[in-house]
Each structure stands twice: as structure tokens, then as C-alpha cells.
Write a protein that binds this ligand. Structure first.
Ligand code: ZN
Length: 136
């Protein structure tokens, strides 16, 4: 959801993220589609548009995340929240191997799953970028 965020805030969020998706680390300049402003805690759940609740996101991550805050892991009762770029360190929850994003925590696992970070098409693009040193 990208509405209600003024352009100056969008620019600040993009610069803070160094123009990379804060979930999958895809660089915007290598993406075919424009990046979006993600409300980490969605408006639907009462989150606001203050900069501390915003993240820079590729359209794939943002689309799959939607307004969700969590998902389940092994069982329906096994709920885990999603990665929050404002309070979590990326390297504490994920690692990259040949373009594949691997989770190293429960939060990472929930996020890789829900945001479908390793969908075949996305993985194929990241593998090519990794081979030429452009990812991560
Ligand atoms: Zn992404």
C-alpha cells in the first residue's frame, strides 16, 4: 500500500534503504518494475505513515506481504511475525547463497515463506546477478 505517502518521504525511505528492497535486497536499478513504499505495520492494522513504519520494497515482496504481519511455520498454531526492517538486522535472519535467500531464524523463515522470496523466476534473476557480483 503506497498511498498517502508524500514524495519527500518516499525519497527519504528510498535513500535510507540505499535503493534496495529491504526484504530481498534486490537493487531497484536492476528491477524492471518501480519499487514501492511498504507500511511495515499495515494501515489495516492501525499502522501509520511515519517514516519509522515505512520500508522500501520491490513489488514482489510488497505484493506478497500485503497487509500481513505474520504467518505460520510448521503448524497452523505455530505463528511467527514477519521481518521488520526498522527493528531487525537482515543478517540476523537471512543469508544468501548463490542468489538464494536462506532463513537462519524463525522470523526469517516466516518472511521467506510469505514473501515467496525464492520463487523460481526471482531466484533465477538473483542467481544471474550474483554470478556477476551485482547481488547481494
Ligand atoms: Zn523484495
Amino acid at each position: 500500500m503506497s498511498h498517502k505517502v508524500p514524495q519527500i518521504i518516499r525519497s527519504q525511505v528510498a535513500r535510507r534503504a540505499q535503493f534496495k528492497c529491504e526484504y530481498c535486497l534486490m537493487p531497484e536499478e536492476l528491477s524492471f518494475l518501480p519499487f514501492q513504499i511498504d507500511h511495515i505495520i499495515s494501515l489495516e492494522h492501525g499502522g501509520g505513515s511515519e517514516i519509522d513504519n515505512l520500508a522500501y520494497s520491490c513489488p514482489h515482496c510488497n505484493q506478497h506481504k500485503g497487509s500481513d504481519l505474520s504467518t505460520f511455520l510448521e503448524h497452523y498454531q505455530d505463528i511467527e511475525r514477519l521481518f521488520n526492517p526498522r527493528i531487525d538486522q537482515w543478517n540476523g535472519h537471512f543469508e544468501v547463497s548463490s542468489g538464494e535467500i536462506r532463513s537462519i531464524s524463525r522470523i526469517g523463515k516466516a518472511t521467506v515463506k510469505l514473501l515467496r522470496m525464492n520463487e523460481p523466476e526471482r531466484l533465477a534473476i538473483r542467481r544471474i546477478l550474483a554470478e556477476v557480483g551485482l547481488y547481494p
